[in-house]
Design a protein around this ligand. Structure first.
Ligand code: FES
Length: 573
C-alpha cells in the first residue's frame, strides 16, 4: 500500500517525477528526508477570526503536533472552511455540505496516512464526520471543547440558552437596554463552544460515544490544560492509526455505533439538529437512521443529564461529574458496549473502573431521571407524513396536548414584518406556523423554528406557545416547538396548505400533528399550490453554490445532504 509522501501523486504521467517534484517543493519548508519518510498525520485546522468558538485551535494544533512528533510521525497542518453560527449567511446549515466537501476532498487530495480533525462549532463536527465517512482516511476527532460559564448579578449564564431567555425578558420589557448590553458581554466569556447542551455539545458527545474521539474529549473545557493533553494524546493516537493499527472511520461508524449515538442523544436532552447530522453521516455509508427507532428510544431512554436547556447545569459541570464515560455507565442497558473506539479498544474499556462513588447531581441514575420519557419525540400526522421532531424535554408539559387556531407566516420576512405588530390577530392559545423555512424554501433550513412570542403576548407574561415549521431550532433553545416538518412547504408539503384561522392539534402522546381541515379542502388547496406555488419560498438561484444547493439538497429525514454525495441516491429532479 502506498503511504506517506508517495500517496496521491499529482498526475503527470510519470510517478517518479511527481514524487521528485513534490519533495522538491516540500523541502522549501525546511523538512529533512528523515521527516519526509515518517508516517504523515494531517491536521485539519479550522481556526478563523470569524469563529470565536475555535479561538483555542492554534494551541490545540500545537498540542496535536507535539503528540504526533513524540510518537514518531510528521504532522502536516492544513486549513479548511470554518463555520460559526453567527457568522454564516444565510445560515451555517447552508454551508455544512460545502465544508464536508472541502474536507473530504482535501483528505483525498493531500498525502496523509491519518488525519486529526479539529472542530466544534455546530456544523463543523458533522461536516468533518461526513467527510471522514466518505474519504475513509484513518481519522481521530478533537473537539475544541466547551466555554466556561459566565456570571451576571450572582446568576450563572451560558450561551445561548440564556441569550434567548434574557433577550425574551428584554423584549417583554423586564430588562432595560443598559442591562441587556452588560449581559451581552458576559454570555460567552471564553473560547470554546456553547456550554449548554446545544448542537456543538451534542455532536461532541456523539463523537465520543461513537469512538471517533478519545474518552472525555467531548467535555473538557476549551481553556483547560487537560484539553491540550487530550489533543496531544490524540496526536499520538493518530500515528498509530497512520501505521494501520487502528480502525478506519467506516469500522467505527457501524449500525451499533449510530444506535449508541441515538441513545446518548436522547439521554443528554440533545439538540434536534443532531438527528439531521447523524442521518447525513449514516447516509454517507449507505445506512439509514430510522425515525421510528428514534421515537422508540425516545420513549424508553430517560433524560439523565441535567444540563440546560432541558435542565439546570452547564458542560463544565457535566465534565466534572464524570462526562460521557459516566453517562455511558448509566446507560449500559441500552448500549452496545462492544462498539470499537479509535484507540483500538471498546466502549466497555472506557467505562471499566470509572469513579461512580463520588456524589454528583448532574448525571442522574436511571431511577431518578430529569425527564422519564426521553428527549425527542417523532411526530407524524397529516401535517408531517415524513415526520417532524418535538424536543419534549425542553417543552412546556401543559402544551404537549394542545389544539389551537393557526396564525400563519409565509416566510421569515413575513414573520419579521408582522410578529410584533399591534394589529396581529393572535392569542396565547394560538399555534404559530412558519412556512418556507426548510432546506429549499429559506434556503438552508435556518434555526428559525424558535419563533419569537409576539411582543404583546410576551408583555402579558406568555412564555411559550405551540410553534410549527419546516425549519430547525438551535439546540440551546426551548419551548413547545415542532420542527423539521417534512416534506417542507416549498416542495408542496402539507404545511403549505395551512391558512390562518385553521385548527391544528398537537397530540404528543399519540405522536401526531394534524391540520383539522377536511380532506377535500386540503386537496383543493394542494391543487392551487401546484398552480401558483408557495408565495414565501425563495426563488431558484441560477449560479454558483446556491444553485448546486437548490438542485441537490435532500429533505430533513434524509439528512439534508446533497443527493450526489449519498451512495445510490437518485436525483430529486
Ligand atoms: Fe459556536 Fe454555539 S456558536 S457552538
Amino acid at each position: 500500500m502506498t503511504t506517506g509522501m508517495k500517496k496521491g501523486l499529482t498526475a503527470y504521467g510519470d510517478a517518479e517525477f511527481s514524487l521528485f517534484l513534490r519533495k522538491a517543493f516540500i523541502k522549501a519548508m525546511g523538512l529533512s528526508d528523515d521527516a519526509l519518510n515518517r508516517p504523515i498525520v494531517g491536521i485539519a485546522n479550522t481556526f478563523s477570526d470569524y469563529n470565536a468558538c475555535h479561538g483555542n485551535v492554534p494551541r490545540l494544533v500545537e498540542a496535536v503536533k507535539r503528540g504526533v512528533m513524540l510518537a514518531g510521525g510528521l504532522p502536516m497542518e492544513f486549513p479548511t472552511i470554518s463555520l460559526h453560527e453567527s457568522f454564516a449567511f444565510p445560515t451555517s446549515m447552508f454551508l455544512r455540505n460545502l465544508m464536508a466537501m472541502d474536507t473530504e476532498e482535501m483528505l483525498r487530495a493531500q498525502p496523509m496516512d491519518a488525519v486529526v480533525l479539529i472542530g466544534g462549532c455546530d456544523k463543523t463536527l458533522p461536516a468533518q464526520m461526513m467527510a471522514a465517512a466518505s474519504a475513509d482516511v484513518p481519522a481521530i476527532v478533537v473537539p475544541v471543547g466547551p466555554m466556561l460559564v459566565g456570571h451576571h448579578k450572582g446568576e450563572t449564564l451560558g450561551a445561548c440558552t440564556d441569550c434567548r431567555r434574557l433577550w425574551g425578558e428584554f423584549r417583554a420589557g423586564r430588562i432595560d437596554a443598559a442591562e441587556i448590553e452588560a449581559i451581552n458581554g458576559r454570555l460567552a466569556p471564553t473560547a470554546g463552544t456553547c456550554m449548554v447542551m446545544g448542537t456543538a455539545s451534542t455532536m461532541a458527545c456523539i463523537v465520543e460515544t461513537m469512538g471517533l474521539g478519545l474518552a472525555q474529549s467531548a467535555t473538557i473545557p476549551a481553556t483547560h490544560a487537560d484539553r491540550l493533553r487530550s489533543a496531544e494524546a490524540s496526536g499520538r493516537c493518530a500515528v498509530a492509526l497512520a501505521a494501520g493499527t487502528g480502525p478506519r472511520p467506516s469500522a467505527l461508524m457501524t449500525r451499533a455505533a449510530f444506535r449508541n449515538a441515538l441513545v446518548v442523544m436522547q439521554a443528554i436532552g440533545g439538540s434536534t439538529n443532531a438527528l439531521i447530522h447523524l442521518t447525513a453521516v449514516a447516509g454517507r455509508l449507505g445506512q439509514r437512521i430510522d425515525l421510528d427507532e428514534v421515537d422508540r428510544l425516545g420513549r424508553e431512554v430517560p433524560v439523565l443529564v441535567d444540563l440546560k436547556p432541558s435542565g439546570r447545569h452547564y458542560m463544565e459541570h457535566f465534565h466534572w461529574a464524570g462526562g460521557v464515560p459516566r453517562l455511558l455507565h448509566e446507560l449500559a442497558p441500552w448500549l452496545d458496549l462492544d462498539a470499537p473506539t479509535v484507540e483500538g479498544a471498546t466502549l466497555r474499556t472506557r467505562i471499566d473502573g470509572i469513579d461512580t462513588a463520588t456524589p454528583q447531581d448532574v448525571i442522574r441514575p436511571c431511577a431518578n431521571p430529569i425527564h422519564a420519557g426521553g428527549s425527542m419525540a417523532v411526530l407524524r400526522g397529516n401535517l408531517a407524513p415524513r415526520g417532524a421532531i418535538l424536543k419534549q424535554s425542553a417543552a412546556s408539559p401543559a402544551l404537549l396536548q394542545h389544539e389551537g387556531r393557526a396564525v400563519v407566516f409565509d416566510s421569515l420576512e413575513d414573520l419579521a414584518a408582522r410578529i410584533d405588530s399591534a394589529d396581529l390577530d393572535v392569542a396565547a392559545g394560538d399555534v404559530l406556523v412558519l412556512k418556507n423555512a426548510g432546506p429549499i424554501g429559506a434556503p438552508g433550513m435556518p434555526e428559525a423554528g424558535y419563533l419569537p412570542i409576539p411582543k404583546k403576548l410576551a408583555a402579558q407574561g406568555v412564555k411559550d406557545m405551540v410553534r410549527l415549521s419546516d425549519a430547525r431550532m438551535s439546540g440551546t433553545a426551548f419551548g413547545t416547538i415542532v420542527l423539521h416538518m417534512t416534506p417542507e412547504a416549498a416542495l408542496g408539503g402539507p404545511l403549505a396548505q395551512v391558512r390562518s384561522g385553521d385548527r391544528i392539534r398537537l397530540d404528543t402522546a399519540a405522536r401526531r400533528i394534524d391540520l383539522l381541515v377536511d380532506a377535500a379542502e386540503i386537496e383543493r388547496r394542494r391543487e392551487e399550490f401546484v398552480r401558483v406555488g408557495s408565495p414565501g419560498a425563495a426563488g431558484r438561484p441560477d449560479r454558483g453554490y446556491a444553485a448546486l444547493f437548490h438542485r441537490s439538497v435532500l429533505q430533513a429525514d434524509e439528512g439534508c445532504d446533497f443527493d450526489f454525495l449519498v451512495p445510490g441516491f437518485s436525483r430529486r429532479d
